[in-house]
Write a protein that binds this ligand. Structure first.
Ligand SMILES: [Cu+2]
Length: 136
């Protein structure tokens, strides 16, 4: 009786701790509420795309980046409170690709309209968004 009480206490506490971390992790991964499309110049090859992606992903609040080299467009999933569209454009400009905001939209509306979803690979590759942060 005494032992099983102790065991269940452990289970309950363990579950609570796990749920807390899951909530924190999930919350951080969910902060991207906005999608901004930037129009960038001088985009010509895959390494340009990699350079831009890296520069943007280094910013706080950026969840996912999709670069369309042919269209010269950079689509960014981000938390609007952490980083705004203008700041994203200046990050890309600073990386060597003069850019401006093409459009910015609510994440849900954008994904519904374009059928595009944030690249899940980046957020959930080997863990969740916040677990992967800093290991890129
Ligand atoms: Cu290039």
């Amino acid at each position: 009786m005494h032992i099983s009480k102790k065991v269940s206490w452990f289970v309950v506490t363990g579950m609570a701790v796990l749920m807390f971390f899951a909530a924190v992790c999930f919350g951080a991964a969910q902060t991207a509420d906005t999608v901004t499309v930037l129009k960038a110049e001088k985009l010509s090859c895959g390494s340009c795309a990699a350079k831009i992606t890296k520069a943007l992903e280094a910013q706080q609040g950026v969840a996912s980046v999709d670069v369309d080299i042919e269209a010269g467009k950079v689509t960014v999933w981000h938390a609007s409170k952490a980083i705004d569209a203008e700041r994203l454009a200046s990050v890309v400009t600073d990386a060597g690709y003069p850019s401006g905001v093409y459009k910015t939209a609510d994440k849900e509306a954008f994904e519904k309209e374009t059928g595009k979803a944030a690249a899940v690979k980046q957020s959930f590759g080997s863990g969740c968004g916040c677990c992967n942060q800093g290991s890129k």
